[in-house]
Design a protein around this ligand. Structure first.
Ligand SMILES: Cc1cc2nc3c(=O)[nH]c(=O)nc-3n(C[C@H](O)[C@H](O)[C@H](O)COP(=O)(O)OP(=O)(O)OC[C@H]3O[C@@H](n4cnc5c(N)ncnc54)[C@H](O)[C@@H]3O)c2cc1C
Length: 449
């Protein structure tokens, strides 16, 4: 038996680490060029957020129910991973940082999406019996979720690559295609070299679909995926007399649907402030100016940072996003596994997915993982985001506050046009309007050929 993991982001690395940790004598190979500037994991805030990710769009979705039921396990796995990293000297310090996640809203906010999301999060947490602290003063209301902390994404990725480089075979090159060659899976890299494996895991994030399309495979996933382009800022001071902002916990707004919420996370080399979101099938190279403006405004207003004289660098990455915003996880063919489409919380779930995928490779599937496999099967039909009319209205609301955030107010005519766009997109998916689309994906579908 020999296993190839294709993709060197958080998910591929966690899979390779889990394989090595449990089966040190197994032949494991990890593929991925280190020239790619747009991997999601390096751009991620790496908030280990489950409850803090609930919003008014996903609160009653099956995937949210699954995540809430598995929340305890994923948080435990992070603690186990931290201990394992210390024992094996992957990193010589704790990887989990901060005092939890504070979700904040401005009481006077006219952003209905944000207010609804805050209420949904609170309600959902009560429903699942989680004890959280809530605070309110004249200006803000907030929820403190103590056990949802963060990881320094860059430190995590670089340390894991360094450690794995000493124990398994790492190829600094991308795979061009996969095909079945008698009993083996044959991988061809971009230099034309081929290698054979009994088991293969496709974990190249937003590029996974491209690899599958280029490959000669008898099965392909039913669900399309896109690039969820996200940008964030890493702020720091380069001047001795300018004090760097520091925070001791994650401070964030709830998700805002189309426009991702504002969040700030302390990293060892600066304060991370994210993030924008644009779903597209174009490999965009640079962030939109309005995205950077919104993040800067969020940094000042929501996080309360004095940005004057601070320096910043821009991090851009492609979140892997599927047409129904549910990941694609499962066995595409015998011993060929897919693990992508994790959208905005793939970092959080990386150790969980890695543990259970490795179990699956070795023939063990527990009921929780089976439930996930049923939900996220590559052969599933699209999973509805809910009632069609509600999805149309959520899209309109989203757009209204997206415009508002950028200083515009939509006219009634413009709102009617948006409603038409949303209906058109829904009709493209199901003529009888029996299917609800994620608001974030509506433009993508309405304007695709
Ligand atoms: C701005 C931003 C903020 C985010 N914040 C959070 C957060 O706070 N918490 C959270 O949980 N998640 C967050 N996410 C989402 C999270 O980053 C992703 O869900 C997760 O990192 C996906 O991991 P991945 O390994 O599948 O993909 P990636 O990290 O994109 O890794 C895929 C890798 O595969 C490589 N590759 C591509 N093609 C090939 C090929 N043909 N052969 C071999 N290798 C290939 C790429 O170079 C890349 O390194 C955020 C994402 C963004 C963009």
């Amino acid at each position: 038996m020999n296993v190839a993991v294709i993709g060197n982001g958080a998910i591929g690395l966690c899979c390779a680490y889990e394989l090595y940790r449990r089966y040190p004598s197994l032949q494991i190979s990890l593929f991925g060029s280190n020239q790619n500037k747009y991997g999601a994991s390096l751009a991620a805030g790496a908030m280990i957020n489950v409850a803090s990710e609930i919003d008014c769009f996903n609160c009653s979705h099956k995937l949210t129910a699954w995540k809430m039921s598995n929340r305890k396990e994923v948080l435990n796995l992070w603690r186990e991973l931290e201990q394992s990293f210390l024992d094996k000297k992957v990193i010589n310090k704790n990887i989990i940082d901060g005092g939890g996640t504070e979700v904040v809203i401005d009481n006077d906010s006219s952003n209905e999406v944000e207010l609804n999301s805050f209420k949904s999060m609170k309600k959902c947490l009560q429903l699942y019996g989680y004890k959280i602290q809530s605070f309110s003063d004249q200006k803000n209301s907030s929820l403190l979720i103590n056990d949802e902390k963060s990881v320094d994404a860059e430190l995590f990725i670089q340390s894991l690559i360094r450690y794995l480089g000493e124990h398994i075979k790492i190829y600094n090159i991308d795979i061009e295609s996969i095909k079945k060659n008698s009993k083996f899976w044959e991988l061809t890299d971009y230099s034309g070299a081929t290698k054979h494996f009994t088991h293969v895991v496709i974990a190249c994030g937003a590029w996974s679909e491209g690899l599958i399309k280029r490959s000669n495979l008898r099965n392909k996933p039913n669900i399309k995926s896109f690039f969820g382009v996200g940008s964030a800022l890493l702020t720091y001071s380069e001047l001795p007399y300018v004090q760097e902002p520091k925070i001791d916990k994650i401070i964030r707004t709830p998700n805002r649907g189309g426009t991702c919420g504002i969040h700030s996370v302390q990293r060892s080399n600066g304060l991370y402030i994210g993030a924008s979101s644009l779903i597209t099938d174009v490999e965009i190279q640079s962030p939109r100016m309005s995205s950077i403006e919104s993040i800067l405004e969020g940094a000042r207003k929501t996080i309360g940072i004095n940005t004057y004289q601070l320096s910043f660098s821009i991090l851009t990455g492609y979140r892997p996003v599927t047409l129904d915003a549910v990941p694609i996880i499962g066995e595409l063919d015998e011993n060929l596994f897919c693990l992508y489409g994790t959208k905005r919380d793939g970092f959080t779930w990386a150790p969980y997915y890695a543990k259970h995928l490795v179990n699956q490779i070795f023939g063990e599937i527990n009921s929780n993982w089976q439930e996930m496999l049923n939900l996220s099967s590559p052969f599933r039909t699209l999973i509805s985001a809910g009632d069609f009319e509600k999805c149309v209205e959520s899209y309109v609301l989203n757009k209204k506050y997206e415009a508002f955030q950028h200083g515009f107010e939509l006219t009634n005519n413009e709102i009617d046009n948006l409603r038409e766009i949303a209906i058109k997109a829904h009709k493209r998916i199901s003529q009888d309007l029996s299917f609800g689309l994620q608001p974030e994906l509506i433009n993508m579908i309405a304007y695709s050929n």
